[in-house]
Design a protein around this ligand. Sequence first.
Ligand code: AMP
Length: 420
Amino acid sequence: MSTFQAPKGTYDLIPPVSATFLAVREAIAAPLKNSGYGYVETPGFENVELFARGVGESTDIVSKEMYAFETKGGDKLALRPEGTASVLRAALEANLHKAGNLPVKLWYSGSYYRYERPQKGRYRHFSQVGAEAIGVEDPALDAELIILADQAYRSLGLRNFRILLNSLGDKECRPVYREALQGFLRGLDLDEETRRRIEINPLRVLDDKRADVQKQLVGAPMLHDYLCDACKAYHEEVRELLTVQGVAFEDDEKLVRGLDYYTRTTFEFVHDGLGAQSAVGGGGRYDGLSEMLGGPALPSVGWALGVDRTVLALEAEGVELDIPPATSVYAIPLGEEARRKLFGVVTELRAAGVATDFAFGGRGLKGAMKSANRSGARYTLVAGERDLEEGVAQLKDMESGEQTAIALDTLVAEVTRRLG
Ligand code: AMP
């Protein structure tokens, strides 16, 4: 070990586990690519103001967890704590919403940063795959996104997850509810910080995990009693569409989520094998965010799924992804002359699209065979001086153990044929 270690709350992705991460990212992206979502990539940092305005000054994410800093040039930046504000900023900046094709559908994959107290499933650097559908208010779009996330998790073989669903109302009904809730909360026996929260973000108080607080919350006004008719009808339609598609969900009136921009539909995917950090993904509608960022009215909906926690969920369920070995052919030269010649064959095989590795460093046959086994290669290709004089190399099928001498000039064709 060197004197350096990965910073607190972070970890490295190294083989073979890193292959699982890649497979999870791909599995989450696949249904999106299949449904009209285009890939977007934004910088790892943004102007701090984007998150302060977008995510909300009063949220934990912005007030406590953001890596904010000032550059030597005086720019106030922050490492991105989430994806939605950046993606919407990018779409507005590129005028994608004016190209005439609404909704603008985008997906992304990347690193996010939050200064949180690290624990299992909660890190300071983590990875998300997300999707945003910008510019259309249509319950089918909300349903589409929930269905695509559900498909992604199912395609990975996950079963023990649940979908929690709620509506947070809109700019008509939510303020009325907010006031009613504040009235109720102000009458409770709460600590200073929670009392402050009542004034800036009362819905978050409902989310308080402490038992003594939860006890006092019994009888609090509930948002669904305050939803306006338009929000009620919209929510009913989302529920109906999911039900018809056979996607099971649970109504969860307490689901408020930690970001200020949500309106109407909100949802979370929770996994029952993860303990305290059970949310594997979440999202919802954010009809007012574009205007909050100085853009036009663009009702939108999106989600982000956490890759780290999805991998933990796979472990919790004992699901092993079927990841094919990276290497198909492992070439082992015996002797200096063979090394040169076989290295050429390796290059040829690779150019023909065959995943090939080579025994570097001039080790003996025994050590090289060990590496070949570890690589998972279907075939080894061994050649010594005598083979080469005869113009052949020995191709060994690692499954059957059968070994055949193959003429070098037909080798690429033969290997390609065998690998199908
Ligand atoms: P959020 O926007 O906070 O709902 O995050 C969406 C998803 O990202 C969560 O459901 C988690 O899977 C993942 N996530 C958020 N914060 C963290 C973190 N600190 N460490 C690991 N995963 C996280």
